[in-house]
Design a protein around this ligand. Sequence first.
Ligand code: ATP
Length: 333
Amino acid sequence: MSALASTGRHSQDPVLWAHGIHKRFGAHSVLSGVDLDLSSGEVVALLGPNGAGKTTLINILSTLIKPDQGTASIAGIDLLANPTSARRHFSLTGQYAALDDFQSGQENLIMMARLSGLTKGQARERATGLLEAFDLTGTGTKRVSTYSGGMRRRLDLAAGIAARPAALFLDEPTTGLDPQSRHRLWQEIRQLAQDGTAILLTTQYLEEADQLADRILILNGGALIAEGTARELKGLLGNIHQVRFSFGSQEDLDRAAALTQPTAVDPDSWSLTVSTTDTAATIRRILGDLADVTVANIAILQPTLDDVFLTLTQPAHAERVNQPARPAKEQVQ
Ligand SMILES: Nc1ncnc2c1ncn2[C@@H]1O[C@H](COP(=O)(O)OP(=O)(O)OP(=O)(O)O)[C@@H](O)[C@H]1O
């Protein structure tokens, strides 16, 4: 992982690890030497632009497809040489739930628990506990075909962990959920991690990665290009700051916009934003230029994970990633 913009954090005693994973489809190289590890109780988010290879990597780790090169292990079992044994140690839940619509939620969970080797009594007990944990007790005996999208997703997740897996792969678990269901699912994912399951999730929502993940991996161009906590990754953006100047009227905003070189102007909030690598000097200079304009407020903006993602996945900006971390949000005035 020599090209990785690493924050230097590595997990100990991984439940799951993969090394040097390569995969191509025909002439198209999708993964070119991916390494990763996942520890018990850790939530790791895998981010990347569309087509970056996230699902391909999850499919390889969950033994659905074979890599062209590389090694991987789960709970000490060689995942590629012994996929059948390896499958006992993880679950995969997807965007499209593999549930039996004609059975009830409870029956689905009992079936999953039975498939993992629990006795009838144990499976029933496990299903009851999961229905309760996932807020499905009231609807547990109803057919899955009557469930809402959010209920199906929760049942899918419950089915995925019915066997108490060491690792859980979640491919875009909250896609299409309303904000309330998404937050509930986040709580459940956190609880699973607290109970010791290692979780690898892909998501299109950077806020989700920010909220949930202990560690974020960014996949781009077939390789992992950055890794770290959300805070650490934001630090990788270096000393490029956004400073927002707010004004008391449209007229003041227009005059200021003509005198500065804003990167963005927001007429709704009568504010403009400038990018700078020297915050103090820029604020001094702009206040000097705006001597005749009343500035209502100045704020130094904390980068979002969107800023990090967009910057790191644009090659033209890649050289910025090794700059020192920027300070936390601070109100100047
Ligand atoms: N079975 C396949 N045969 C040929 N090409 C494939 C196959 N599966 C995936 N690909 C290609 O591999 C690339 C990576 O696909 P993948 O689904 O892993 O990306 P992703 O990061 O999950 O994307 P998204 O965010 O859009 O879901 C894409 O260009 C895709 O078209």
